[in-house]
Design a protein around this ligand. Structure first.
Ligand code: NAG
Ligand code: NAG
Length: 252
C-alpha cells in the first residue's frame, strides 16, 4: 500500500514537471488516474474522489407546509430554511407546499380557494406555486418575495433578478389559469394527506415525518438537525475539524 502510494506520488511529481503532457480541460483532470497523473493533480483527485464517495447518502428532505403571508412562516423561511439550504446544499432538499390553513371547494370545473390571510395570500401562494413549476430558481425567488416588505408586489422584480429569462406574463397566465388551479389543488391534497394532520403553520416535516420534537429542533436550529440526521460524511458547514471560516482582512 505504502509502495503504491509512493509510486503515485512519484508519477504525480513527474506529471507536474512535464506539464505539457496535460491535454485535458480542468473539468476532466480527475476523470482517470492517467489524466490525473499527467496533469499533476493525482493527490487532489484521490482526495476529492474519496470525499464524493462518502457523500452518496440520501439527502435529508425538509418539507415546509406554509402560507405566503403568515408571519411565522415568513420568518422561518427567510431566517432559517433558506440560509440552511444554502449552507447544506449537498445534503438537503427542500419541498415547499404553499397552502397551509387554506380551504378549497370545487365549483363547476375548477377549485375556489379561501385563505386565512385573505385573497392576497391566495395570490401569493399561487404565484409561488407557479414559480416552482416554471423556474429552477424558484426557491431564491420565493426567499426574495418573503423577505420583502410587500410579498406580492416584489414578486415580479424578484423573478427578474433571479430568473431574468422567465417571462412574467407566462407566470401570470399560470396564476390566473387552469394550470395554477390544478397545481394548487395538488398542494391542497398534499397538505390534507399529512399524518398527523397539521395543526398550525409553519408545519415542518423531516423525511416526510412530523413530530413535536422534530418541529422544535427545526425551528431552533435546522442546521444542527439536518447535520445530525444526515448519515454520510458531514460537510464542512456542519462544523467539526474541517471548519475554517476564520479568515480576516487586515485593516491597513
Ligand atoms: C475518480 O472517480 C471517477 C469516477 O468514479 C473515476 O473514473 C476516476 O478514475 C477517479 N479518479 C482518480 C484519479 O482516481
Ligand atoms: C408543471 O405542471 C404540469 C401540470 O400542469 C406538470 O405536468 C409538470 O410536470 C410540472 N412541471 C414541473 C417541473 O413541476
Amino acid at each position: 500500500m505504502k509502495a503504491l502510494l509512493l509510486l503515485f506520488l512519484a508519477f504525480g511529481y513527474v506529471g507536474s514537471s512535464v506539464y505539457s503532457s496535460c491535454s485535458q480541460s480542468p473539468l476532466n483532470w480527475c476523470s482517470s488516474v492517467d489524466s490525473a497523473v499527467e496533469c499533476g493533480v493525482l493527490k487532489s483527485c484521490l482526495h476529492s474522489n474519496y470525499t464524493k464517495s462518502q457523500q452518496t447518502d440520501d439527502p435529508v428532505e425538509v418539507g415546509l407546509y406554509y402560507e405566503s403571508l403568515c408571519p411565522g412562516c415568513r420568518q422561518f423561511l427567510v431566517m432559517m430554511l433558506f440560509p440552511t439550504a444554502v449552507l447544506l446544499n449537498d445534503i438537503m432538499v427542500v419541498n415547499l407546499v404553499p397552502f397551509g390553513n387554506a380551504q378549497e371547494v370545487k365549483q363547476d370545473e375548477k377549485y375556489v380557494f379561501t385563505c386565512q390571510h385573505g385573497e392576497q395570500e391566495c395570490l401569493g401562494n399561487m404565484i409561488e406555486t407557479c414559480l416552482m413549476n416554471m423556474s429552477k430558481r424558484a426557491f431564491p425567488i420565493i426567499f426574495c418575495m418573503e423577505s420583502s416588505s410587500d410579498v406580492i408586489n416584489s414578486a415580479k422584480a424578484c423573478t427578474g433578478v433571479y430568473d431574468p429569462t422567465l417571462s412574467w406574463d407566462k407566470v401570470m397566465s399560470c396564476v390566473n389559469g387552469p394550470q395554477g388551479n390544478q397545481l394548487m389543488h395538488q398542494n391542497a391534497l398534499e397538505t390534507a394527506a399529512l399524518k398527523p394532520p397539521h395543526q398550525y403553520v409553519p408545519w415542518i416535516t423531516i423525511n416526510g415525518e412530523h413530530t413535536d420534537d422534530l418541529q422544535d429542533k427545526a425551528m431552533n436550529s435546522l442546521l444542527s438537525l439536518v447535520c445530525s440526521m444526515y448519515k454520510g460524511t458531514k460537510p464542512a458547514a456542519c462544523g467539526g475539524s474541517q471548519m475554517h471560516y476564520k479568515t480576516y482582512c487586515q485593516k491597513v
